[in-house]
Design a protein around this ligand. Structure first.
Ligand code: XMP
Length: 332
Protein backbone atom coordinates (compact mmCIF):
# COMPACT_ATOMS: atom_id res chain seq x y z
CA UNK A 1 0.00 0.00 0.00
CA UNK A 2 0.86 3.65 -0.34
CA UNK A 3 1.61 4.34 3.28
CA UNK A 4 4.09 1.47 3.41
CA UNK A 5 5.71 2.44 0.10
CA UNK A 6 6.17 5.95 1.49
CA UNK A 7 7.66 4.49 4.61
CA UNK A 8 10.08 2.37 2.56
CA UNK A 9 11.17 5.38 0.50
CA UNK A 10 11.67 7.45 3.62
CA UNK A 11 13.62 4.73 5.42
CA UNK A 12 15.82 4.19 2.35
CA UNK A 13 16.59 7.91 2.15
CA UNK A 14 17.43 8.02 5.84
CA UNK A 15 19.81 5.05 5.58
CA UNK A 16 21.56 6.54 2.54
CA UNK A 17 22.01 9.85 4.32
CA UNK A 18 23.42 8.19 7.43
CA UNK A 19 25.73 5.72 5.69
CA UNK A 20 27.03 7.81 2.81
CA UNK A 21 29.62 5.79 0.90
CA UNK A 22 30.72 3.73 3.90
CA UNK A 23 30.29 0.01 4.47
CA UNK A 24 27.77 -1.73 6.72
CA UNK A 25 27.95 -5.08 8.49
CA UNK A 26 24.80 -6.89 9.61
CA UNK A 27 24.30 -10.03 11.68
CA UNK A 28 21.70 -12.03 9.79
CA UNK A 29 19.93 -14.74 11.81
CA UNK A 30 17.11 -15.70 9.47
CA UNK A 31 14.59 -14.30 11.94
CA UNK A 32 12.01 -11.74 10.88
CA UNK A 33 13.72 -8.63 12.27
CA UNK A 34 17.22 -9.15 10.93
CA UNK A 35 15.80 -10.34 7.61
CA UNK A 36 13.68 -7.24 7.15
CA UNK A 37 16.58 -5.03 8.23
CA UNK A 38 18.84 -6.75 5.69
CA UNK A 39 16.32 -6.38 2.85
CA UNK A 40 15.73 -2.72 3.69
CA UNK A 41 19.39 -1.78 4.02
CA UNK A 42 20.22 -3.70 0.86
CA UNK A 43 17.56 -1.76 -1.01
CA UNK A 44 19.13 1.45 0.28
CA UNK A 45 22.84 0.78 -0.22
CA UNK A 46 23.16 -2.51 -2.17
CA UNK A 47 26.77 -3.66 -2.35
CA UNK A 48 27.80 -1.55 0.63
CA UNK A 49 26.07 -4.08 2.88
CA UNK A 50 27.72 -7.31 3.98
CA UNK A 51 25.75 -9.77 6.11
CA UNK A 52 27.32 -12.26 8.46
CA UNK A 53 25.21 -15.33 9.06
CA UNK A 54 26.55 -17.41 11.94
CA UNK A 55 25.13 -20.91 11.60
CA UNK A 56 25.56 -22.38 15.08
CA UNK A 57 24.33 -25.80 14.01
CA UNK A 58 21.26 -25.45 16.23
CA UNK A 59 18.95 -24.12 13.54
CA UNK A 60 15.82 -25.71 12.12
CA UNK A 61 15.82 -28.14 9.18
CA UNK A 62 17.38 -26.59 6.03
CA UNK A 63 17.32 -23.15 7.66
CA UNK A 64 20.88 -22.22 6.75
CA UNK A 65 20.34 -23.18 3.13
CA UNK A 66 17.04 -21.28 3.05
CA UNK A 67 18.66 -18.11 4.38
CA UNK A 68 21.35 -18.37 1.72
CA UNK A 69 18.83 -19.11 -1.06
CA UNK A 70 16.74 -16.11 -0.09
CA UNK A 71 19.42 -13.51 0.55
CA UNK A 72 22.53 -14.55 -1.31
CA UNK A 73 20.84 -16.01 -4.39
CA UNK A 74 17.44 -14.37 -4.79
CA UNK A 75 18.12 -10.89 -3.41
CA UNK A 76 21.82 -10.89 -4.38
CA UNK A 77 22.86 -9.68 -0.95
CA UNK A 78 26.48 -10.26 0.07
CA UNK A 79 26.24 -12.90 2.80
CA UNK A 80 29.10 -14.63 4.55
CA UNK A 81 27.90 -17.90 6.07
CA UNK A 82 30.00 -19.13 8.96
CA UNK A 83 29.47 -22.81 9.61
CA UNK A 84 30.23 -22.92 13.31
CA UNK A 85 28.17 -26.02 14.15
CA UNK A 86 31.14 -28.27 14.99
CA UNK A 87 32.69 -25.57 17.21
CA UNK A 88 29.44 -25.08 19.12
CA UNK A 89 28.98 -28.83 19.61
CA UNK A 90 32.55 -29.18 20.86
CA UNK A 91 32.24 -26.33 23.31
CA UNK A 92 28.82 -27.45 24.55
CA UNK A 93 29.97 -30.99 25.31
CA UNK A 94 29.50 -31.80 28.97
CA UNK A 95 27.33 -28.74 29.70
CA UNK A 96 23.80 -29.58 30.79
CA UNK A 97 22.56 -26.76 33.01
CA UNK A 98 20.21 -24.49 30.99
CA UNK A 99 21.73 -21.15 31.99
CA UNK A 100 25.25 -22.47 31.44
CA UNK A 101 24.17 -23.63 27.97
CA UNK A 102 22.60 -20.26 27.17
CA UNK A 103 25.70 -18.40 28.29
CA UNK A 104 28.04 -20.67 26.36
CA UNK A 105 25.98 -20.28 23.17
CA UNK A 106 25.79 -16.49 23.63
CA UNK A 107 29.53 -16.15 24.27
CA UNK A 108 30.51 -18.35 21.32
CA UNK A 109 28.12 -16.50 19.05
CA UNK A 110 29.76 -13.21 19.90
CA UNK A 111 33.27 -14.67 19.54
CA UNK A 112 32.50 -16.10 16.11
CA UNK A 113 30.74 -12.98 14.90
CA UNK A 114 33.54 -10.75 16.14
CA UNK A 115 36.25 -12.84 14.51
CA UNK A 116 34.39 -12.72 11.20
CA UNK A 117 33.77 -9.00 11.51
CA UNK A 118 37.46 -8.33 12.21
CA UNK A 119 38.41 -10.39 9.18
CA UNK A 120 36.01 -8.49 6.95
CA UNK A 121 37.22 -5.17 8.33
CA UNK A 122 40.80 -6.10 7.50
CA UNK A 123 39.89 -7.27 3.97
CA UNK A 124 37.50 -4.52 3.02
CA UNK A 125 38.82 -1.93 0.57
CA UNK A 126 36.49 0.72 1.98
CA UNK A 127 36.17 1.20 5.70
CA UNK A 128 33.38 -0.63 7.48
CA UNK A 129 31.79 1.98 9.69
CA UNK A 130 28.42 0.58 10.78
CA UNK A 131 26.99 -2.43 12.49
CA UNK A 132 23.35 -2.85 11.56
CA UNK A 133 20.90 -4.53 13.89
CA UNK A 134 17.26 -5.48 13.55
CA UNK A 135 16.35 -3.84 16.86
CA UNK A 136 12.62 -3.08 16.95
CA UNK A 137 10.68 -0.73 19.23
CA UNK A 138 9.69 -3.36 21.83
CA UNK A 139 13.41 -4.28 22.20
CA UNK A 140 14.22 -0.63 22.90
CA UNK A 141 11.52 -0.47 25.58
CA UNK A 142 12.48 -3.83 27.07
CA UNK A 143 16.17 -3.05 27.47
CA UNK A 144 15.30 0.28 29.08
CA UNK A 145 12.91 -1.47 31.44
CA UNK A 146 15.45 -4.08 32.47
CA UNK A 147 18.05 -1.40 33.18
CA UNK A 148 15.59 0.29 35.50
CA UNK A 149 14.41 -2.89 37.18
CA UNK A 150 15.86 -3.02 40.68
CA UNK A 151 16.49 -6.68 41.06
CA UNK A 152 14.47 -8.73 38.64
CA UNK A 153 14.94 -12.48 38.88
CA UNK A 154 16.52 -13.80 35.72
CA UNK A 155 14.42 -16.65 34.44
CA UNK A 156 16.40 -17.01 31.25
CA UNK A 157 19.33 -14.99 30.05
CA UNK A 158 18.81 -13.95 26.46
CA UNK A 159 21.40 -13.42 23.81
CA UNK A 160 22.70 -9.94 24.15
CA UNK A 161 24.85 -8.40 21.47
CA UNK A 162 24.62 -4.97 23.09
CA UNK A 163 28.36 -4.52 23.56
CA UNK A 164 29.37 -5.49 20.05
CA UNK A 165 29.37 -2.14 18.26
CA UNK A 166 31.81 -0.57 20.74
CA UNK A 167 34.04 -3.64 20.80
CA UNK A 168 34.24 -3.56 17.02
CA UNK A 169 34.55 0.20 16.86
CA UNK A 170 31.41 0.47 14.75
CA UNK A 171 28.50 2.83 14.80
CA UNK A 172 25.03 1.36 15.21
CA UNK A 173 22.52 1.39 12.36
CA UNK A 174 19.04 0.42 13.52
CA UNK A 175 16.49 1.22 10.84
CA UNK A 176 13.62 -0.66 12.56
CA UNK A 177 13.98 1.05 15.92
CA UNK A 178 10.66 2.89 15.74
CA UNK A 179 8.58 -0.01 14.49
CA UNK A 180 6.31 -2.52 16.18
CA UNK A 181 6.39 -6.14 15.07
CA UNK A 182 3.31 -5.78 12.84
CA UNK A 183 4.88 -2.82 11.08
CA UNK A 184 8.14 -4.73 10.60
CA UNK A 185 6.14 -7.52 8.97
CA UNK A 186 4.30 -5.12 6.67
CA UNK A 187 7.60 -3.55 5.75
CA UNK A 188 9.01 -6.99 4.96
CA UNK A 189 6.09 -7.68 2.63
CA UNK A 190 6.51 -4.28 0.99
CA UNK A 191 10.17 -5.14 0.40
CA UNK A 192 9.16 -8.34 -1.36
CA UNK A 193 10.05 -10.89 1.31
CA UNK A 194 7.83 -13.98 1.15
CA UNK A 195 4.92 -14.10 3.62
CA UNK A 196 6.09 -17.51 4.97
CA UNK A 197 9.25 -15.80 6.11
CA UNK A 198 7.68 -12.60 7.39
CA UNK A 199 4.92 -14.35 9.33
CA UNK A 200 7.10 -17.01 10.86
CA UNK A 201 6.82 -17.97 14.51
CA UNK A 202 9.59 -16.54 16.68
CA UNK A 203 12.68 -18.66 17.21
CA UNK A 204 15.00 -18.18 20.18
CA UNK A 205 18.59 -17.03 19.64
CA UNK A 206 20.06 -20.18 21.27
CA UNK A 207 17.89 -22.18 18.89
CA UNK A 208 17.58 -25.92 19.34
CA UNK A 209 20.13 -25.55 22.13
CA UNK A 210 17.27 -24.79 24.53
CA UNK A 211 14.97 -27.39 22.95
CA UNK A 212 17.32 -30.30 23.57
CA UNK A 213 17.12 -30.84 27.30
CA UNK A 214 20.39 -31.12 29.15
CA UNK A 215 23.62 -31.95 27.41
CA UNK A 216 23.58 -31.60 23.62
CA UNK A 217 25.01 -34.81 22.20
CA UNK A 218 26.03 -34.66 18.52
CA UNK A 219 23.27 -37.04 17.36
CA UNK A 220 20.41 -35.08 19.00
CA UNK A 221 19.99 -31.93 16.85
CA UNK A 222 19.29 -33.87 13.70
CA UNK A 223 16.61 -36.05 15.29
CA UNK A 224 14.93 -32.97 16.72
CA UNK A 225 15.16 -31.03 13.45
CA UNK A 226 13.39 -33.78 11.54
CA UNK A 227 10.63 -34.21 14.13
CA UNK A 228 10.13 -30.45 14.34
CA UNK A 229 9.89 -30.09 10.56
CA UNK A 230 7.13 -32.72 10.42
CA UNK A 231 5.18 -30.92 13.15
CA UNK A 232 5.47 -27.56 11.40
CA UNK A 233 4.56 -29.02 8.01
CA UNK A 234 1.40 -30.59 9.44
CA UNK A 235 0.47 -27.37 11.24
CA UNK A 236 0.78 -25.48 7.97
CA UNK A 237 -1.28 -28.09 6.12
CA UNK A 238 -3.93 -28.50 8.80
CA UNK A 239 -6.77 -26.08 8.10
CA UNK A 240 -9.31 -25.24 10.79
CA UNK A 241 -12.73 -25.42 9.15
CA UNK A 242 -14.29 -22.73 11.37
CA UNK A 243 -11.76 -19.99 10.56
CA UNK A 244 -10.31 -21.21 7.29
CA UNK A 245 -6.86 -20.61 8.80
CA UNK A 246 -4.05 -23.07 9.18
CA UNK A 247 -3.07 -24.29 12.63
CA UNK A 248 0.30 -22.66 12.05
CA UNK A 249 -1.48 -19.30 11.79
CA UNK A 250 -3.74 -20.13 14.72
CA UNK A 251 -0.79 -20.73 17.04
CA UNK A 252 1.77 -18.16 18.15
CA UNK A 253 4.63 -20.57 18.48
CA UNK A 254 4.97 -24.30 17.95
CA UNK A 255 7.93 -26.65 18.01
CA UNK A 256 9.23 -30.02 19.09
CA UNK A 257 11.41 -30.56 22.15
CA UNK A 258 13.95 -33.37 22.42
CA UNK A 259 13.81 -35.37 25.64
CA UNK A 260 16.99 -37.37 26.16
CA UNK A 261 15.24 -40.28 27.81
CA UNK A 262 14.51 -43.62 26.22
CA UNK A 263 11.36 -45.66 26.39
CA UNK A 264 10.35 -49.02 25.03
CA UNK A 265 8.30 -49.40 21.88
CA UNK A 266 7.41 -51.99 19.31
CA UNK A 267 8.00 -51.76 15.58
CA UNK A 268 7.00 -54.66 13.32
CA UNK A 269 7.83 -57.60 15.48
CA UNK A 270 10.83 -55.99 17.11
CA UNK A 271 11.41 -54.09 20.27
CA UNK A 272 12.63 -50.49 20.12
CA UNK A 273 14.27 -48.49 22.88
CA UNK A 274 14.40 -44.92 21.65
CA UNK A 275 14.06 -41.23 22.49
CA UNK A 276 10.97 -39.13 23.18
CA UNK A 277 9.89 -35.79 21.75
CA UNK A 278 7.36 -33.42 23.22
CA UNK A 279 5.27 -31.19 20.99
CA UNK A 280 4.69 -27.65 22.23
CA UNK A 281 2.14 -25.27 20.70
CA UNK A 282 0.95 -22.10 22.37
CA UNK A 283 -1.36 -19.18 21.82
CA UNK A 284 -0.41 -15.82 23.24
CA UNK A 285 -0.60 -12.14 22.44
CA UNK A 286 2.53 -11.00 24.27
CA UNK A 287 4.59 -14.13 25.08
CA UNK A 288 4.50 -13.13 28.77
CA UNK A 289 1.60 -15.47 29.39
CA UNK A 290 0.52 -18.25 27.07
CA UNK A 291 -2.05 -21.01 26.81
CA UNK A 292 -1.28 -24.38 25.31
CA UNK A 293 -3.12 -24.72 22.04
CA UNK A 294 -6.09 -27.07 21.77
CA UNK A 295 -4.91 -28.69 18.56
CA UNK A 296 -7.30 -31.17 16.97
CA UNK A 297 -6.67 -34.78 18.01
CA UNK A 298 -6.61 -35.78 14.35
CA UNK A 299 -3.71 -33.40 13.75
CA UNK A 300 -1.79 -34.64 16.79
CA UNK A 301 -2.39 -38.20 15.65
CA UNK A 302 -0.98 -37.51 12.18
CA UNK A 303 2.06 -35.70 13.55
CA UNK A 304 2.78 -38.44 16.06
CA UNK A 305 2.53 -41.28 13.59
CA UNK A 306 4.64 -39.45 11.01
CA UNK A 307 7.39 -38.65 13.50
CA UNK A 308 7.55 -42.18 14.85
CA UNK A 309 7.49 -43.72 11.38
CA UNK A 310 9.82 -41.28 9.68
CA UNK A 311 12.37 -40.41 12.35
CA UNK A 312 14.28 -43.55 13.29
CA UNK A 313 15.50 -43.03 16.84
CA UNK A 314 12.26 -41.55 18.18
CA UNK A 315 9.53 -43.95 19.24
CA UNK A 316 7.30 -41.82 21.44
CA UNK A 317 5.59 -38.42 21.07
CA UNK A 318 3.92 -36.48 23.87
CA UNK A 319 1.97 -33.20 23.91
CA UNK A 320 2.82 -30.47 26.38
CA UNK A 321 -0.32 -29.22 28.17
CA UNK A 322 1.36 -26.63 30.39
CA UNK A 323 0.46 -22.97 30.30
CA UNK A 324 2.71 -20.01 31.05
CA UNK A 325 2.94 -19.28 33.91
CA UNK A 326 3.90 -21.41 35.71
CA UNK A 327 5.63 -23.18 32.82
CA UNK A 328 7.56 -21.13 30.28
CA UNK A 329 7.16 -21.47 26.52
CA UNK A 330 10.60 -22.95 25.86
CA UNK A 331 11.62 -25.84 28.13
CA UNK A 332 14.99 -24.34 29.06
P1 XMP B 1 9.85 -18.27 27.50
O1 XMP B 1 10.44 -19.63 27.29
O2 XMP B 1 10.68 -17.40 28.41
O3 XMP B 1 9.88 -17.58 26.07
O4 XMP B 1 8.41 -18.33 27.92
C1 XMP B 1 9.23 -16.38 25.74
C2 XMP B 1 9.57 -16.08 24.29
O5 XMP B 1 10.94 -15.72 24.19
C3 XMP B 1 11.59 -16.60 23.29
N1 XMP B 1 12.96 -16.83 23.80
C4 XMP B 1 14.05 -16.25 23.33
N2 XMP B 1 14.22 -15.40 22.28
N3 XMP B 1 16.54 -15.35 22.71
C5 XMP B 1 15.47 -14.97 21.98
O6 XMP B 1 15.65 -14.23 21.03
C6 XMP B 1 16.45 -16.19 23.76
O7 XMP B 1 17.45 -16.51 24.40
C7 XMP B 1 15.14 -16.66 24.07
N4 XMP B 1 14.66 -17.51 25.03
C8 XMP B 1 13.32 -17.59 24.84
C9 XMP B 1 10.77 -17.85 23.26
O8 XMP B 1 10.99 -18.60 22.09
C10 XMP B 1 9.38 -17.26 23.36
O9 XMP B 1 8.96 -16.76 22.11
Amino acid sequence: DWVMQDHVAEAVARIRAQVGDQQVLLGLSGGVDSSVAAALIHKAIGEQLTCVFVDHGLLRLHEGDMVMAMFAEKLQVKVVRVNAGPLFLRELAGISEPEAKRKTIGRLFIDVFKAEAEKLKAQSAREIAFLAQGTIYPDVIESGASKNAKKAVTIKSHHNVGGLPEQLGLELLEPLRDLFKDEVRELGIALGLPPEMVYRHPFPGPGLGVRILGEIKPEYPDLLRRADAIFIEELRNGIDAASGKSWYELTSQAFAVFLPVKSVGVMGDGRTYDYVVALRAVQTSDFMTADWAELPYSLLKRVSSRIINEVRGINRVTYDVSSKPPATIEWE
